[in-house]
Design a protein around this ligand. Structure first.
Ligand code: DLL
Length: 442
């Protein structure tokens, strides 16, 4: 597709790299990859040590497939090098630091040079534009500001695109609703579960969520399903697209979804080289289309070059569509460390979301409780899920039975379903916790 035709189909001026051919893109990837690998080796002791131990040298990278010879980087590496051991530039060249809180152990710290920040803003702008956002639009940014990359990352991208940004951050849902009513934004940026919280709170206040000025939602930072997209689009009368990213690789905007196809996020491959590996045998690099763990190598980052970072996110690579040279990623089914193993069956919360939302009596508000009752050797799972407002108690009982059966059929696990009153489960303010693990430790 030429630049003109691409621009015509999307009614926007695209970056040149969005419209180049796959061959041209791969040539760019190779030269950027060769640079990054040498740069990381020369500047970050951890990479030098790991490459030396693995017996590989930057000069061994002659073609893209040679990347498979290089060792992986993990979250543990970043933790061990806490706080700044992975930085490839002196501290005075680091313009910004972000960090992930990390539920266990030390935080993961990431840094950006001025150029990194400019590239990041450009890629978030590219993602937002793909998802329908245009210069001049008002953008309500409900991703959390602070050390989390969501708020400031999305903010800078919306500004770079030429939007008017409303930096509300996450939480204070009543206030969010007032500002949506008063400022009349065109687009909202939030986690899918937080947008659900906002829609829900609107209904409670007697406001029809479909009546607002919002036309686009760009949602990410947690797994969500096509069923959740349908739920949000119909309740709020808007177009909802996915945005993906992670702090270690950059933040939001590693990949973004096109509103005209809504078929998964395009990975911006001029800045990141993705691979899919077998999560259980990482020596196996899988082909396009095959499900496994997503791995990224940065191609342009200065402060924190990242080589073969194991994301733990499970998905697959698909051919590019709206941006033909850039491959898409399928929806993230879950993280390998969020996988529930219930009596030998692997299960992710997103599977429950998918099944539950097909049952009209049930709402998208649910949580999974894992227990191991006294004297039992087997784990048990209870799905606590709210019924929809208008549903009777008898209707709810039938829905519970249906959900239990559907989970047994589609996932293969037996579980208990507890349908609870509307509004009784905790609401999301950002990334929602779905799993409550109450099993005895050890
Ligand atoms: O969540 C960055 C981000 C902010 C992405 C805002 C999109 C929007 P972290 O806190 O480092 O960064 O968490 C990264 O969140 O490895 C995935 O497990 C998950 N994740 C992010 N985006 C998506 C998505 C930000 N679109 C981790 N779908 C990642 C599913 C997602 N999971």
């Amino acid at each position: 597709m030429t630049q003109e035709t691409a621009a015509a189909t999307t009614d926007a001026v695209l970056d040149r790299e969005e419209t180049i051919s796959r061959d041209e893109l791969e040539a760019l990837q190779l030269s950027r990859l060769q640079h990054t690998v040498a740069y990381a080796y020369d500047r970050v002791p951890l990479y030098k040590r790991k490459f030396d131990e693995a017996g590989v040298h930057p000069a061994d990278l002659r073609e893209l497939s040679d990347l498979g010879k290089f060792p992986f980087t993990t979250k543990e590496d970043l933790r061990l090098e806490y706080p700044f051991g992975m930085f490839a530039v002196p501290q005075h060249e680091v313009a910004r630091i972000h960090a992930s809180s990390g539920t266990t152990g030390r935080a993961t710290v990431v840094g950006y040079t001025k150029k990194d920040l400019a590239d990041w803003a450009k890629l978030v702008a590219r993602s937002l534009r793909a998802s329908g956002v245009r210069p001049g639009m008002k953008v309500h940014n409900a991703y959390g500001y602070g050390l989390f990359t969501g708020g400031m990352g999305a903010h800078a991208g919306a500004e770079a695109l030429g939007c008017t940004v409303i930096p509300i951050s996450g939480g204070q849902t009543e206030r969010q609703i007032t500002l949506i009513q008063d400022f009349k934004p065109d687009a909202i940026l939030a986690t899918p579960t937080y947008l659900l919280t906002i829609a829900d709170a609107m209904i409670k206040q007697g406001i029809d969520p479909a009546s607002t000025s919002l036309k686009y939602a760009v949602l990410g930072a947690e797994p969500w399903t096509e069923e959740m997209r349908h739920e949000l689009e119909t309740t709020m009368n808007l177009k909802a697209c996915d945005i993906y990213g992670l702090s270690e690789v950059m933040g939001p905007g590693v990949a973004g979804e096109a509103v005209e196809t809504q078929d998964g996020s395009h990975i911006w491959e001029d800045h990141f080289r993705p691979e899919i590996i077998d999560a259980f045998d990482p020596t196996v690099v899988l082909g396009d289309g095959e499900p496994g763990e997503l791995v990224f190598t940065s191609l342009t980052k200065e402060a924190l070059p990242i080589i073969r970072y194991r994301t733990k996110d499970l998905t697959r690579l698909l051919p590019g569509t709206a941006r033909p040279a850039h491959r898409r990623m399928g929806r993230i089914t879950g993280r390998s460390d969020d996988m529930i193993i219930l009596r030998g069956v692997n299960l992710f919360p997103s599977q429950i979301e998918e099944i539950a939302l097909r049952i009209p009596e049930l709402s998208p508000h649910f949580q999974l409780e894992l227990t191991r009752p006294e004297g039992h050797r087997m784990d048990q799972m209870t799905v606590k899920i709210e019924r929809r407002d208008a549903v009777s108690v008898e209707g709810a009982a039938a829905a519970a039975k249906a959900l239990q059966q559907q989970i047994k059929i589609h996932v293969g696990s037996s579980c208990t379903v507890d349908v609870v009153d509307p509004g009784s489960l905790e609401r999301s303010n950002g990334k929602l916790r779905r799993i409550y693990d109450m099993r005895p430790k050890g």
